[in-house]
Unconditional design. Structure first.
Length: 263
């Protein structure tokens, strides 16, 4: 389980920015769609304190929430638990709005992305630590750092923070699969499609021949098969990359055989 070194929330003195950010990210994991997400800026303020109180009331059933997260305390332990209802269904179809990446899929995707606790330039294909923002600045499990986020992540991130950031980053790609695919999917097929979307981007995924052929295997396409369309996403800056070949084969194994193995 992750840990804090200082308290965050009401009455907390001199909280660490990265730890405030961690608490904000964990809070958002548990926030229902009806509530506005907490701002993830690493700044302790009234919004964060009120969100802690809301979590303590709704999830922990506390009659007198204190709006504070203490190192090793009950509130932090509760925040680190999986969100309620996070078990993925076995089969998805057009109306299956709640399907998410399975535990096996999450484990494999984290392994493929590889954890980095310090920022690096993904476009350079090197994990060397960078000290200034560049377009390909990346941290955690493949999180692309925007210029506005640089001050938050320039000194690194904890493993717990990386996991929370991964959860937040993953959600739009799960949604992209749910919104784009109109036929019934097994859990492993949903996992593989989410992993593909996570790598190529939600927009590219939605417009891809992969989506077209999953929805209608008889559709006109420049590819002779779904597998060929899938494995065509193996280039970076116009060049075929061995790493992308491996990644596409890994995803295809998940999709076609339910085999969750990294190369």
């Amino acid at each position: 389980m992750a840990s804090l070194t200082r308290a965050v929330g009401r009455g907390a003195e001199n909280p660490i920015k990265s730890e405030v950010l961690l608490v904000q990210q964990l809070l958002n994991r548990h926030r229902p769609p009806t509530l506005k997400p907490v701002g993830e800026d690493g700044k302790q303020g009234d919004e964060t304190c009120k969100a802690i109180e809301e979590f303590q009331r709704r999830i922990m059933k506390l009659a007198k929430p204190d709006g504070r997260v203490d190192p090793g305390g009950k509130t932090f332990k509760a925040l680190c638990q999986p969100p309620a209802g996070a078990t993925p269904p076995t089969v998805a179809g057009p109306a299956a709005g709640g399907m998410i990446l399975s535990d096996a899929g999450r484990k494999l995707l984290r392994g493929v992305e590889a954890l980095s606790l310090t920022p690096y330039d993904d476009q350079s294909r090197s994990k060397a630590h960078i000290t200034a923002w560049v377009k390909g600045a990346t941290i955690g499990y493949g999180h692309l750092i925007s210029r506005a986020e640089w001050d938050t992540y320039r000194n690194g991130i904890s493993e717990a923070g990386a996991n929370a950031l991964f959860d937040r980053d993953l959600a739009p790609f799960e949604a992209a699969v749910r919104n784009s695919i109109k036929v019934t999917l097994s859990a492993n097929q949903f996992d593989a499609l989410t992993m593909l979307a996570f790598n190529i981007g939600a927009g590219s995924f939605a417009r891809s021949s992969v989506v077209k052929l999953v929805n209608d295997p008889t559709a006109n396409s420049t590819y002779k098969s779904l597998e060929a369309a899938w494995k065509s996403w193996n280039k970076s800056q116009g060049k075929v990359m061995k790493g992308l070949d491996n990644r596409r084969q890994c995803e295809w194994d998940v999709y076609s055989r339910g085999v969750y193995n990294r190369w």
